[in-house]
Design a protein around this ligand. Structure first.
Ligand code: ZN
Ligand code: ZN
Length: 251
């Protein structure tokens, strides 16, 4: 029998204005990084985790200003907690799916069982079962698009539409600090381009854009943060893998 873990989340303070929140009892391979950025006039939360425990209550002590919540894309490990928050933004391509709780798009392919019980080493509450897992609809979410700016007063984040992993995947770029919050567009692990809403050609175009991005630090949706040199290695590797000639026996 698995134990109930409270709090469900873990917070790592990176700087005075930057925190990384995770769900340590959910499998490492799919565990998302949720980024909280403190601004002068408002705070920004990038991604909201699975939604199996209240992130809003958990974060209450850290929040003293209006909060803007941006989902890097609609997949469940990023959008699960969005419904709890008042000001929620998602790219226009995935806006409808989040607003109406389209589980097909949110879970990508529920029939292949993306959220099995075995992915949890503890549970968020007594009676939790992954087989009942669903992401709640967020009917009040607003749509954003490429070029929009999320302004916190003393810092501004530019929305970059970077499809490929999913049609509404975005990154948020802070030009002054040269920090890039990359969601699932790029992280230091196996990139997923074989989901129902993935498009490899679009991913390649996205990667070519990332090659030109000036960054000091990438804060990804999964795994560890990295610098521009590693970003370029990951991008080059992806492009090389996709453009490699296919062996005749594999056709
Ligand atoms: Zn994803
Ligand atoms: Zn993800």
């Amino acid at each position: 029998m698995k134990s109930v873990k409270k709090p469900w989340f873990h917070t790592q303070k990176i700087r005075d204005d930057l925190y990384c929140i995770t769900e340590p009892h959910y499998t490492w391979e799919n565990r998302a990084n949720l980024w909280l950025i403190k601004g002068r006039d408002s705070d920004l939360l990038i991604d909201t985790g699975l939604g199996v425990s209240s992130l809003k209550l958990y974060l209450a002590d850290l929040l003293d200003k209006p909060l803007k919540v941006v989902a890097s894309h609609v997949h469940f490990d990023h959008s699960g907690g969005c419904h709890e928050f008042d000001q929620v933004f998602i790219h226009e391509n995935e806006h409808h799916a989040l607003c109406c709780g389209d589980q097909q798009q949110i879970l990508s392919a529920p029939e292949i069982g993306f959220v099995p019980d075995s992915d949890f080493d503890s549970i968020p509450y007594q009676g939790f079962s992954a087989s009942d897992y669903e992401v709640k609809a967020c009917p009040h979410a607003s749509a954003i698009q490429h070029g929009d700016v999320i302004d916190l007063g003393d810092k501004a984040f530019e929305v970059m539409h970077l499809p490929g992993h999913s049609s509404g995947s975005i990154g948020l770029y802070h030009a002054k600090q040269q920090t890039f919050f990359s969601g699932d567009v790029v992280y230091d692990g196996e990139l997923l381009d074989n989901l129902k809403d993935s498009v490899v050609d679009e991913y390649l175009t996205t990667m070519e854009k990332l090659m030109l991005l000036k960054v000091q630090e990438v804060r990804p949706g999964h795994y560890h943060s990295f610098d521009q040199r590693r970003l370029q290695e990951l991008v080059k590797q992806y492009i090389a893998d996709k453009k490699a000639p296919i062996c005749p026996s594999e056709r």
